[in-house]
Write a new protein. Structure first.
Length: 72
């Protein structure tokens, strides 16, 4: 069974932590250009963008979304 941990890293320490993890060969930095976004995913984003441009009343602010998540 795999365990997932969530951590919060203070911004001023993030760069040093990533560098240390690279030295340990625990993480690999992958250039953005090397990441392929599947066509189906790009198409889904396009459809959602078009939908919300036509229906902006359905958008929820990030603050309201966080409140809903915490309430559930």
């Amino acid at each position: 069974m795999q365990t997932t941990y969530h951590i919060i890293v203070k911004k001023e320490y993030a760069s040093a932590i990533i560098e240390d993890l690279q030295k340990l060969d625990a993480v690999e930095i992958v250039p953005e250009a090397a990441i392929e976004i599947p066509h189906w995913q790009m198409e889904e984003v396009r459809k959602r963008k078009e939908y919300y441009q036509l229906h902006p009343e359905e958008l929820v602010s990030w603050e309201d979304a966080q409140k809903q998540i915490i309430a559930d």
